[in-house]
Design a protein around this ligand. Structure first.
Ligand code: ATP
Ligand code: MG
Length: 224
């Protein structure tokens, strides 16, 4: 469950900037819910996803994620536990450049201290499904943009997180791959995962009708 009430946030110090990056944002997504996150470039989509990924804390308002209220007083241990249950596909992938594709995808499982054989098996199955079975020992720099993006998606889903935040996760993919990824994300919601996908891909949004959060100039102008 995600619930935001009148959340405000901005890049950098509060003084000297005429407007907030995110202003007065209120919405809720139930467990197993799917939302598109739409809006023009610069509207604040990535900023909102980074806030939900706990890379920053709200300046004001209330934010509740998986039953925990995110306030300036929230314990670091509670934040650390929560972060392990929330995955993000960053717009710029953020793969670890010195790790192989398999080790990038295995990272969330190793953080959960899962058995090494199990890690190897799960990573290999997922990467094969993603069409990257033959690239497992490559480094990110040796992959195409779309291959790196599929690696980032695999890393986000491998640990079966409660919340998946995907920032334009299909912009480097061809249509067939984009459909495959969206189908997978929709199937995960049926198993209780909450998913928010920021996109500029109108064709994909039409193909997978779902409620949408519309951002413009940091404000939510529509919820549905
Ligand atoms: N590191 C930063 N420092 C200061 N301002 C920033 C920073 N990153 C983004 N911004 C500003 O915050 C606003 C929202 O940016 P954000 O990246 O969230 O938009 P977006 O909706 O994801 O856009 P896009 O569709 O281009 O990815 C923009 O005005 C942007 O210029
Ligand atoms: Mg963005």
């Amino acid at each position: 469950m995600i619930r935001l009430e009148k959340v405000t946030w901005q890049h950098g110090p509060s003084a000297g900037r005429e407007r907030e990056t995110l202003a007065n944002i209120s919405f809720a997504v139930p467990q197993g819910g799917f939302r598109w996150l739409l809006g023009p470039s610069g509207a604040g989509k990535s900023s909102l996803l980074r806030l939900l990924h706990l890379e920053a804390l709200p300046r004001s308002g209330t934010c509740e994620l998986l039953g925990t209220s995110i306030t300036p007083h929230v314990k670091r241990s509670a934040l650390a536990r929560l972060r392990q249950r929330i995955s993000m596909v960053h717009q710029d992938y953020r793969l670890m450049p010195t790790l192989s594709i398999a080790d990038n995808v295995g990272l969330p499982l190793r953080l959960q201290k899962r058995d090494e054989d199990e890690v190897a098996q799960e990573v290999s199955t997922l990467l094969t499904w993603m069409g990257l079975g033959a690239r497992q020992s490559s480094c990110p720099a040796e992959l195409s943009g779309g291959e790196q993006q599929r690696t980032a998606i695999a890393r986000a889903v491998v640990s079966r997180p409660a919340i998946i935040l995907a920032d334009e996760p299909t912009n480097a993919l061809d249509e067939a791959q984009a459909v495959r990824v969206l189908t997978m994300l929709r199937e995960l919601t049926a198993m209780g995962t909450t998913v928010i996908v920021a996109t500029h891909n109108d064709a994909l949004v039409r193909r997978y009708p779902a409620p949408a959060l519309h951002l413009e100039h940091g404000k939510l102008i529509g919820d549905e």
